[in-house]
Design a binder for this molecule. Sequence first.
Ligand code: GDP
Ligand code: MG
Length: 442
Amino acid sequence: SLSERLSRLAKELRGQARITEGNVQDMLREVRMALLEADVALPVVRDFIARVKEKALGQEVLGSLSPGQALIGIVNRELAATMGEGVSDINLHAQPPAVILMAGLQGSGKTTTTAKLAKHLIEKRKKKVLTVSGDVYRPAAIEQLKTVTAQAGAEWFPSTPDQKPLDIARAALDHARRQYFDVLLVDTAGRLAIDEALMREIRELHAALKPVETLFVVDAMQGQDAVNTAKAFKEALPLTGIVLTKMDGDSRGGAALSVRQITGAPIKFAGVSEKLDGLEVFDAERHAGRILGMGDIVALVEQVTAGVDMEAAQKLAAKVKSGAGFDLDDFLAQLQQMKSMGGLSTLMDKLPAQMQAKAGQVDMDKAERDIRRKEGIIQSMTPLERRKPELIKATRKRRIAAGAGVHVQEVNRLLNEFEQMQGMMKKMKGGGLMKMMKRMGG
Ligand code: GDP
Ligand code: MG
């Protein structure tokens, strides 16, 4: 992963206080690899790297960060800034009905997203919503919209495969006006690939409907191909927003960066399941971490300047010393302490040599993720359970696991680990702990 590669590089660069022409080259090569692995299109990667380089050169490296970690911070901020400009919600500033036109390839998720948006607009913005399908090429497509529209609690305007999409759209708009709908969502036909007839049709629909939003729906799993699709749609239509679907898949989501850069339109929503509640406002910062393949390590890097919370460490030491016992709240505090020290790789640099050798065999990326999962598990426990872990039996374990979104085995593992730690703490009797924390805190 990127963070592994950068922390390897960081070792070589230890002690360098600035990002320079000399040390940035290797690091940028790693960033480029990470972006390509996430399926960001090559020309977009080149552009992006050039911008990052310009921002990074001469930057001072703060505190206990290495140049590699500082660069992660810069890359992440640039990614988030590139993907995150603009207003996120649907624009409805139009004489009602506000028309929303859905565009995209077949299978990209237009029909599903139409229903998801209908539900969103009804529930979050209290709108009266009508949907209509202009997909006359597949009879099932019209039925599909009818079904999901009913599930969304919106109204559906009938259309049939023998009609022309333009006639359907006009009739629906007329109906929406007369029945005082706030919003008309127009689902359209997609093709398996871009073709001229499809583009002409959607351009005509756009001209007739004058939509306030023209949303380009694109499958996050499309990777590199998303670029050509985005180009074609941008040339055909003045896109006002992007919906990135199937974000629940295992793609690293590089399509987001490519499509954003190529269309210039803001990414408004992310589809995260087949179900109608699976629509989220797009979160650029979270997505930046996903593209770089390092979860929340970025957040850790940003936190490093906060340093170690010595007060918390002292409290913990005093507690252990007084024999009050080491409970899950303390365990949680320790996990959080590790994070505030700037991530495990920074922490590792500060460990004694023989411990470093051992820790070197650990996958840092995974370790960071583990910390987060453990935090999630403890945070799913009640205060009582945290103080008295012995209360946590099968039923509670299942509830905690469900709350944290993990398997019960993981809860078991955490509890075992906690017990071991508790045993260690008893032996250390506080004094040793304080020393250890001081050493790690620098
Ligand atoms: P259209 O051809 O563009 O109208 O695409 P559809 O809305 O029919 O969606 C194609 C397939 O993708 C269907 O099986 C949907 O259930 C699925 N789909 C759409 N959006 C999402 C999403 O965000 N996540 C997942 N997992 N599946 C989705
Ligand atoms: Mg469809």
